[in-house]
Design a binder for this molecule. Structure first.
Ligand code: HEC
Length: 135
């Protein structure tokens, strides 16, 4: 019972995401790949730098959309102000020796990785069907 409800929630979310991205080229974002990248690359640094992770449920769907689409990152200037920088090939290259996910996704086009990441944070946003704590 529990499992089937989770499945319904998942497919509803999938439909929502598919609709949202229907206008974008012909790339269908992979939120699962976005989740791996978020957990292994973004969170790795947040934990190392601040001792805390930033959860997808810290923002709403609309806030994440704006955050990603306007290329915001850290307003305090403690890190690179561009989110795109952290999905770039250049950044992945710079950490690939110590970061397995950066190495694994080294050849993924940056705009695809950004779309995956956006799909994941929207998927886990606080007003989504599947709010995701930490990571
Ligand atoms: C090299 C380190 C580093 C990487 C990699 C990194 N960040 Fe950050 N990020 C920071 C630091 C430092 C802050 C500031 C935290 C603070 O002030 O407490 C921050 C803050 C943030 C914030 C909070 C800013 C706000 O105004 O809400 C978000 C959201 C965020 N990062 C998302 C990401 C995402 C998504 C990625 C991966 C694509 C990423 N970050 C990769 C270092 C990093």
């Amino acid at each position: 019972m529990k499992q089937s409800r989770a499945l319904v929630a998942l497919s509803a979310c999938g439909a929502l995401l598919a609709g949202q991205w229907a206008f974008a080229a012909d790339y269908a974002p992979d939120w699962k790949r976005g989740r791996i990248y978020y957990r292994m690359v973004c969170t790795a640094c947040h934990k190392a730098e601040t001792g805390q992770s930033i959860s997808p449920m810290s923002k709403t769907i609309a806030e994440w959309g704006e955050y990603v689409d306007t290329d915001q990152h850290d307003a305090s200037a403690r890190a690179n102000p561009s989110l795109k920088y952290y999905v770039s090939r250049e950044y992945r290259d710079s950490v690939k020796n110590e970061n397995k996910a950066a190495a694994k996704f080294i050849d993924v086009p940056a705009d695809e990785l950004l779309a995956d990441l956006r799909a994941w944070v929207v998927h886990g946003a606080k007003d989504s069907d599947t709010p995701a704590r930490c990571q």
